[in-house]
Structures are given as structure tokens and as C-alpha cells.
Write a protein that binds this ligand. Sequence first.
Ligand code: DX5
Ligand code: ZN
Length: 215
Amino acid sequence: MIKIAPSILSADFSDLREQIGLIEQGGADLVHLDIMDGHFVPNITFGAPVIKKLRKVTKIPFDVHLMIKNPENYIKDFVDAGADIITVHEESTIHLHRVIQQIKSYGVKAAVALNPSTPLESLEYVIDDLDMVLIMTVNPGFGGQSFIPQTKEKIKKLKKMIEDKGLEIDIQVDGGIKLDNIKEVVECGANIIVAGSAIFDTEDIVGTTRKFKNI
Ligand code: DX5
Ligand code: ZN
């Protein structure tokens, strides 16, 4: 089953309750929440207090993508705010194994994201503990960037790595996914699709979310 996770990074921040209502109506499976600190990535978004308020306006699971340095210092805040999945970047922490265990200790799903230039080999000794791997298909930091084609090979390789190990781990892709390339990434092995601008920069957010669901 393919899941759609609209990223509210491109949503109208003045009315997030309404915007989340629209993707809910369109059948979104997850809400993708991009947390940026201005250090790990050259952009700043929002933090746990915003998620805590949003938790009250929808039942859709929250998929929290941390693009912050030293994520270990903030895991509890995001758990308390209502995160269902927490994704940390491999490049953002020295103690990746420890932070994965920390996330799991709260009963929340743990995921690791890899920047486009980070090899899959960096997951070798932690992959057994993961619920999801996020393959960044753009360099993190901004919505509306172009899909990096080399990442398709990486998704395929990850899919094989997961199958060879007999694991059941979701493969999420994030960045530059549109209605016209979603099929390609799904064929490579991705099963959770993040889309920001392709959903929120359209006139009909409900209809576009539905199209993503039905493709
Ligand atoms: C980028 C974020 C993405 C972003 C994707 O750093 O992680 O989730 O919202 O935006 P689009 O779909 O517009 O590339
Ligand atoms: Zn993201």
C-alpha cells in the first residue's frame, strides 16, 4: 500500500487547521512536518509547540522530519507534542544508534533520513532497528526544488538491502515529487511519498491529494 504524506512546509501557515483539513478530506495518510533549525539546514520553520497545537485539530498520524543539529536534545519534546514517527538525519548526530533507541523507548516509530550524498552503507549497523528510511530526493532545506535523478538507484539499492535482510521497513521519499514522477519512485521501491509544493501550491488541495492517492 502506498501512503501519501503531504508536507505542510508549502501550506498557508496562517491557517494550518484549514489546510490540514483539506489534505484529510483528500485522503492523506500522514502529515509530514518539516522541522528546520537554521544550522543543519539553511532555513528555519517551526517547533514542537506548533505540533502540539496541531495535534488537537486532526487524527492523521504525524510524521516529524527533524532537520536539526543534535536531535537527541529534542526527541522528548516532539514525542510529548504528539509525533507518531520521528525521523532524524544520519548526518545530524554523532550518536545515531543512541538516538534511535531513544525514539523507540517512547514507543514512537523511528526513522533515519539520508541526504542525497550520504551512502546507504551508513545504515548497515542500525537498519534492523528502524521502522522507516527516508531517502532525500533533494538537498534538505526548502520546498519546491527539483528531484535529483541519481536517487532512484539509491531507492532500488535500499529496497534490495531491506529484502536481503528479510526486514519490513518503509521507504519514504521526500523532495521534488510530483504527479508525473511518483510512479517512477514507487517502481524503485518507495512506499511513503512526501509531497509539499505539488499539493499545497495547487488551487484544489483536496483534489490533488486524491490524485496522489489514486495514482
Ligand atoms: C525539504 C523538506 C520537504 C519539502 C518537500 O527539505 O524535507 O519535506 O517540504 O517539498 P517539495 O515536495 O516541494 O519538494
Ligand atoms: Zn521533509
